[in-house]
Ligand binder design. Sequence first.
Ligand SMILES: C[S@@+](CC[C@H](N)C(=O)[O-])C[C@H]1O[C@@H](n2cnc3c(N)ncnc32)[C@H](O)[C@@H]1O
Length: 209
Amino acid sequence: MNHRLPCKSLGSLLIIVLSLTGCTELTYQRMNDPSRDVWQKPQGVVGKLSIAPGSRVADLGSGGGYFTWHLSKAVGSRGTVYAVDIEESAINMIFKEMVARGTPNVRPVRAEPHDPKLPEPVDLVFSCNVYHDMNNRIDYFRSLASSLRPGGRVAILDYHPRGFLSGMFGHRTAKEEVRREMEAAGYRLLDDYDVVDSQHFQIFAKADR
Ligand SMILES: C[S@@+](CC[C@H](N)C(=O)[O-])C[C@H]1O[C@@H](n2cnc3c(N)ncnc32)[C@H](O)[C@@H]1O
């Protein structure tokens, strides 16, 4: 079956609709469809993260690992990517893909909604299309600061609140809201990129350094 999507707006719309119906492995397979690359520009996004080889990165809300495999390449064989998700179906898919792709530097982590359960501090927490789903975000990111290594950063991509469906179902967060909440959680804005038309992309560091 051909899962390719004809255009970027239909692709992002389908991902929003699939997220609304709960995340099964089929949902994650659709999110991982290579046609997503056209609008999601994963190389452009990961390039802006300036990841040093050997880094430890958490893909928070990894889903089926759409970004995990790009991050795995960026950290290289000496680095580690923690694919963190609260859904068992996501973790199962990560395990399957790890075997299929042969990516020994990826470690799946089954998280709790209030706790990423990271086994060690990381250099970067990356999160795409998850922020709008999270509860008590200020408390969450305030406590996440203890899971960052010195100089650690948090990168957040989420959908702009545009369009009928995303507006109606709330699967988006305004850029300014993310920034305000992250500042309240003890972070400062480092970078604000415009790589993906439908999503904002901000990188934060702890404010006290
Ligand atoms: C829409 S999917 C995005 C998946 C992936 N980041 C991507 O861009 O393809 C959102 C994912 O975030 C996960 N999620 C939601 N809240 C979470 C939390 N508090 N901690 C970790 N994962 C979470 C969901 O289970 C789901 O797999």
